[in-house]
Design a protein around this ligand. Structure first.
Ligand code: MSP
Length: 512
């Protein structure tokens, strides 16, 4: 097995042309819920933003299909785990399609390419002398698929699921996590972007400082998993299996994976940050790979309550998108919650965002412009004449994209949307100030042509800002202005040619 040195991957990182973005891979024991939709949408927004910047993006998502939780659920339904996952994975694929997620690949941990990668990765770690055999005794939560100490448990129950913990004692293989304590602390201090947001980095640092125990990386009593390459009586612990998807999805163990590695960002929820930092980073250090950046988002509550099966308030994102529209859901989820903080979901909030921001501010803007082009210029983009200061100003302030880009770069999605909406309101103000309907009282004239052209130009610039968030809507805008939807991007306003026929609207954007 080739060992890829830190040096190679570090220099890779600086010169690379690829941006590699991931979501967690989801357990397929139940249908996808709003939490899954949230991470996928956020990752999609970032991936689309980077593609617009001209970057080659590799965006990976997928499903986590091994382990006790899945095996038990399959057993209850009376079918084999493998037929069970082949069926349930479909709803995750459907979710991505419905939400317009532009992932480049979909990894399943039951695929042969993944199984090969997990075996190769574990062999590499064993070759580093980081694996030994021992006896594990402790508490296990099947829902989390993780061990808990007496100290972590709340009245003997799982602190996340409030379900009873199972006592486990078995002989299995351990990974020397404790060996990496100092290296991790140094890396995190030197390179803050490895764990974001800041407050989460502090939490992880504090926990590591309290000391790290070695972890069990195999299970003797779980059949539904990948056999350990050196001891087929044991299967790989489902979390180690799952984390390796970030390598198998880009072709590891073939060297081509180096083109993408390390990931620019693993996006995930705060509950699984420990696995993605302390554990994943240590495993990677052991294998000699450089470390990926990790960003943990908060949890979404529903109508101020924790979303849970027992409360019966699980939100089905597919149904939401079908009822209210994919772009409405995408917009609301990102606008309403500061990325990194906990957030809340309510149908009332979603409708408010739809009616106020999407329908009134944005939808009306496009509708007004299209109606004016149809009414005053027989449906053709007019020719701009001499600009006044007000025209130059609106376009130049709209083209100022620094704040938007900085927010997007730091994954501050709600902040980016605030900036974008500030610009939408400015365009609406421009229309109210220039009053094209009054200009039109004198029939076609140069001033009217200029104003109407400038609004079209503004909409065109705007569509590139909107595209990562609400891609279908952005394309509708571009198409309505007679432009090529495949060429959506920051400079598309240059393609706006006077005389081009607009596609006067068959469908109003976000009708009330
Ligand atoms: N299979 C593991 C991940 C392995 S990644 C190598 C797993 N799967 S999961 O399906 O249980 O959860 C996946 C993600 O959903 C996590 O990032 C979790 O934070 C997120 N969410 C679950 N409920 C959520 C909310 N209510 N709100 C936001 N995200 C939430 O863990």
């Amino acid at each position: 097995m080739t060992r890829f040195s830190e040096k190679i991957t570090e220099s890779n990182k600086k010169n690379r042309k690829w941006v590699y973005v991931t979501t967690p891979i989801y357990y397929v024991n139940a249908d996808p819920h709003l939490g899954h939709a949230y991470t996928n949408i956020c990752a999609d927004v970032f991936a689309r933003f980077k593609r617009l910047e001209g970057k080659n993006v590799f965006f990976l998502t997928g499903t986590d299909e091994h382990g006790q939780k899945i095996a038990r659920t399959a057993k209850k339904t009376g079918i084999s785990p493998s037929s069970f996952v082949d069926t349930t994975v479909k709803s995750f694929r459907r979710l991505n399609k419905k939400l317009n997620i532009s992932n480049d690949d979909f990894i399943r941990t039951t695929q042969q390419r993944h199984i090969t990668a997990v075996k190769a990765f574990l062999k590499q770690i064993r070759e580093s002398n980081d694996v030994y055999k021992g006896t594990y005794k402790g508490l296990y939560c099947v829902d989390c698929e993780r061990f808990y100490t007496e100290k972590d448990a709340v009245n003997g129950m799982c602190p996340i699921h409030n379900s009873s913990l199972e006592e486990i004692e078995e002989e299995n293989y351990f990974f020397r996590l404790s060996k990496y304590q100092d290296t991790l602390l140094n890396q995190y201090r030197e390179n803050p972007s490895l764990i974001r947001p800041k407050k989460r980095r502090k939490e992880i640092l504090n926990r590591i400082k309290q000391g790290l125990d070695d972890i069990s990386i195999s299970r003797a009593s779980v059949d539904w998993g990948i056999p350990l390459p050196w001891d087929e009586d044991q299967t790989v612990y489902v979390w180690v299996d799952a984390l390796t998807n970030y390598l198998s999805g880009i072709g590891y163990p073939h060297e081509k994976f180096q083109k993408f590695w390390p990931a620019d960002v693993h996006l995930l929820g705060k509950d699984i940050l420990w696995f993605h930092t302390t554990i994943w980073h240590s495993l990677l250090l052991s294998a000699g790979f450089s470390l990926p950046n990790v960003f943990a988002h908060g949890w979404l509550k529903v109508e101020e309550e924790k979303m849970s099966k027992s409360l019966g308030n699980i939100v089905d994102p597919i149904a939401m998108a079908e009822t209210y529209g994919t772009d409405v859901l995408r917009y609301y989820l990102l606008q309403n919650t500061t990325f990194g903080e906990d957030g809340s979901f309510s149908t009332k909030g979603l409708l408010q965002a739809r009616n106020n921001d999407l329908a009134d501010d944005l939808g009306n803007l496009l509708n007004r412009e299209l109606i004016m082009i149809s009414r005053y210029f027989e449906g053709r983009i007019p020719s701009p004449a001499r600009e006044k200061e007000v025209d130059t100003e609106i376009i130049s302030s709209l083209k100022q994209k620094k704040e938007i880009c900085t927010s997007m770069e730091s994954l501050a999605f709600s902040q980016a949307l605030q900036e974008i909406w500030k610009r939408i309101r400015e365009i609406n103000k421009y229309i109210n100030t220039t009053k094209p309907w009054q200009l039109a009282e004198k029939g076609k004239n140069e001033r009217l042509s200029t104003v109407i052209y400038k609004i079209a130009e503004a909409l065109c610039v705007l569509s590139s800002y909107l595209y990562p968030f609400i891609p279908t809507t952005a394309k509708t805008i571009v198409k309505a202005l007679g432009l090529d939807t495949n060429k959506i991007g920051a400079n598309q306003w240059r393609d706006l040619i006077p005389g081009t026929s607009i596609h006067a609207h068959r469908k109003i954007l976000f009708p009330h």
